[in-house]
Design a protein around this ligand. Structure first.
Ligand SMILES: Nc1ncnc2c1ncn2[C@@H]1O[C@H](COP(=O)(O)OP(=O)(O)OP(=O)(O)O)[C@@H](O)[C@H]1O
Ligand SMILES: [Mg+2]
Length: 461
C-alpha cells in the first residue's frame, strides 16, 4: 500500500498565511483608495471652487470683456481651466480650448447656488471635475464662472495603486507556495514520517527508525516515538523469552511426574519403592503448584490487580512470627537462624505481603547455605527508615550475576536451583512487593562467603 504523503497541514497553514496577507493588503488598499485619494480630490475640488468664487467676485465688480479675458489669461498658465458664460450658459470666454463634453456639461448644468457648487465630482469615471460659481450684479444673474480640473493625474495614482496591489497579491501567492513547500519539509514531513512509524508499530512492525537529530519539539516527539518503539520491541522479545522459559519450567517437572508415575505403576514394585516414587511425584507437584502460584502473583502485579492492604504493624513481633514459621526447615538442615530486632518499630505495611518477601529471602538463605552455617535477620532504624537485612554465610552470588538476580526467571545455576524446585521468580516478586511499599531491595554478596539482602522501608511511625 502506498502511503499518502500529501501534507494537508502545510496547505492549511499556507492558505491561512495567504488569506491573512490578502486581507491585510486589501484593508490597506481600501484605506489608501478611499481615504487618501478621495481626500485629495476633495481638497482639490474645494480649492477649485474657492478659485472660481474669487474669480466670480472680481467679475461681479467688473463684468466686462476685458476682465473676463484677464481671468482667462491668468488660468491659461495653470493646470486648471476657466470658462465664463452668460446667464444662459453660453460660453463667453475660456482659458484653453473647451472639450465638447465640458461644453455639454455646462450647457445642461442647473442653476447654481450663490455659494457655488460642484457640477461634476466623479473623478473616477469623468475626465474632469468641474465647479460652477454664479455671477450676480445688483442681485441679478449675469453669468457663471466654471472651473475645470483634469482628473487624469489622480486616476494615474489610482491605477498605480491597483497595479501595486496586484503585484503584492502575486508576491503573496508566490510566498505562500514557498511557505507551503517549506512548512511541508520542515514541519509536516517529520509529522507524516512519525504517523507512518506509529501506524507501522500498531500493525506489529517494530522496525522503526526516525530522524531524531532535531533539537526542537518535533525532534523530542520523534525521540519519544523511537524509544516507545524500542521499548515495545524489547517487551515483545522479553515476552517471548519469558514464555519460552515458562514452557521450559513447566516441561521439566511434568517430565518427572510422567516418568515417575510410569515407574510407580509397575506391578513388580515393593511398597517402599512405590512410596519413594510417589513422594517424588508429590514433591514435583508441590513445586509446580508453587511455580503456578508465583506466576499468578506476577500476572496480577502486571495487571495492577495486586493489592497492598496497609495497616500499622509492630515489626519485631511479625519478624519473630516469621522466624517461628521457618524454624523447623532451618532446624532440619542444621542451620542456625537468629533475629536481632529493637522493640517498638511501627510501620504501615501489608503484613501478609511483607511476610511473603521475608519468606522468599529466608528460603534463599536456607537453600543456598550449607549445614552448620548461620543466618541472621537484622532489623535497625535510621532516620525514620527501617533497614531489614537477611545475612547468610552461604555460597554467595558471582559478581557477574548479581545485577540480574531480581529479574524474572533468572537463576545463577539452573541445575542447582532446580534441585530445590527454584524457578527464579522469588526475588522478582520480593522486589515488586517492596517497591509497591515505596521501599527498595538490594543484594550484596561475595562468592563463598555469603550474601546479604537488604530491604529499606521508609515511614517508621
Ligand atoms: N542468599 C542467596 N545465596 C546465594 N544465591 C542466591 C541467594 N539468593 C538468591 N540467589 C541466587 O539468585 C537466583 C534468583 O533467586 P530467586 O529467589 O529469584 O529464584 P530461585 O530461588 O531460584 O527460585 P524461587 O522462585 O523458588 O525463589 C537464585 O537462583 C540463586 O542463584
Ligand atoms: Mg528463591
Amino acid at each position: 500500500m502506498r502511503i499518502k504523503r500529501k501534507s494537508k497541514l502545510a496547505t492549511k497553514l499556507g492558505l491561512f498565511f495567504l488569506i491573512s496577507i490578502l486581507l491585510l493588503e486589501g484593508i490597506l488598499f481600501m484605506v489608501l483608495y478611499f481615504g487618501f485619494l478621495n481626500e485629495r480630490i476633495m481638497a482639490e475640488t474645494d480649492a477649485l471652487l474657492a478659485r472660481g468664487n474669487s474669480h466670480r467676485d472680481v467679475l461681479a465688480k467688473h463684468f466686462n470683456r476685458e476682465t473676463m479675458e484677464h481671468v482667462a489669461l491668468m488660468e491659461s498658465e495653470a493646470e486648471t481651466q476657466v470658462v465664463i458664460t452668460n446667464e444662459k450658459n453660453t460660453i463667453l470666454v475660456h482659458s484653453n480650448k473647451v472639450m465638447p463634453t465640458i461644453e455639454e456639461k455646462i450647457a445642461s448644468s442647473n442653476p447654481l447656488p450663490v455659494t457655488g457648487a460642484i457640477v461634476e465630482g466623479d473623478w473616477g469615471e469623468e475626465p474632469f471635475v468641474t465647479t460652477g460659481s454664479p455671477i450676480f450684479v445688483d442681485d441679478e444673474l449675469v453669468g457663471n464662472v466654471y472651473m475645470i480640473l483634469d482628473t487624469q493625474g489622480i486616476r494615474d495614482v489610482r491605477d498605480h495603486l491597483t497595479t501595486q496591489f496586484l503585484i503584492i497579491s502575486g508576491l503573496a501567492l508566490f510566498l505562500t507556495i514557498i511557505t507551503i513547500i517549506y512548512l511541508s519539509r520542515i514541519i509536516t514531513r517529520p509529522l507524516i514520517d512519525m504517523k507512518i512509524a506509529t501506524q507501522k508499530m500498531s500493525t506489529g512492525n517494530h522496525d522503526v527508525s526516525l530522524k531524531v537529530d532535531r533539537n526542537d519539539e518535533l525532534g523530542e516527539l520523534a525521540k519519544a516515538i523511537q524509544s516507545l518503539s524500542d521499548d515495545l520491541l524489547r517487551l515483545k522479545n522479553d515476552r517471548s523469552d519469558f514464555l519460552a522459559n515458562i514452557a521450559h519450567e513447566l516441561r521439566t517437572p511434568l517430565t518427572y511426574l510422567n516418568g515417575y508415575a510410569d515407574i510407580a505403576q509397575r506391578e513388580a514394585l515393593s511398597l517402599d519403592e512405590r512410596n519413594t516414587y510417589l513422594a517424588v511425584i508429590k514433591e514435583e507437584s508441590e513445586n509446580l503448584t508453587s511455580l503456578v502460584r508465583d506466576l499468578f502473583d506476577m500476572a496480577q502485579m502486571d495487571q495492577q490487580g495486586f493489592s497492598i492492604d496497609r495497616e500499622s504493624v509492630d515489626l519485631c513481633p511479625l519478624i519473630h512470627q516469621i522466624r517461628e514459621k521457618v524454624k523447623p526447615a532451618f532446624d532440619r538442615k542444621g542451620i542456625d537462624l537468629k533475629v536481632s530486632c529493637q522493640n517498638d518499630i511501627r510501620l504501615t505495611i501489608d503484613p501478609a505481603r511483607f511476610s511473603q518477601v521475608m519468606l522468599n529471602l529466608l528460603d534463599n538463605a536456607l537453600h543456598y547455605s550449607e549445614q552448620g552455617k548461620h543466618v541472621l535477620i537484622d532489623v535497625s532504624v535510621s532516620q525514620k527508615t527501617v533497614i531489614i537485612k537477611v545475612v547468610d554465610e552461604g555460597e554467595g552470588i558471582p559478581v557477574k550475576d548479581l545485577p540480574f538476580i531480581f529479574e524474572r526467571l533468572y537463576r545463577v545455576d539452573k541445575s542447582r536451583s532446580r534441585k530445590y524446585g527454584g524457578s527464579g521468580l522469588g526475588l522478582a516478586i520480593a522486589k515488586e512487593i517492596v517497591e509497591r511499599h515505596g521501599g527498595s531491595i538490594s543484594a550484596n554478596s561475595e562468592e563463598g562467603k555469603g550474601t546479604t539482602m537488604t530491604i529499606a522501608l521508609a515511614g517508621v511511625e
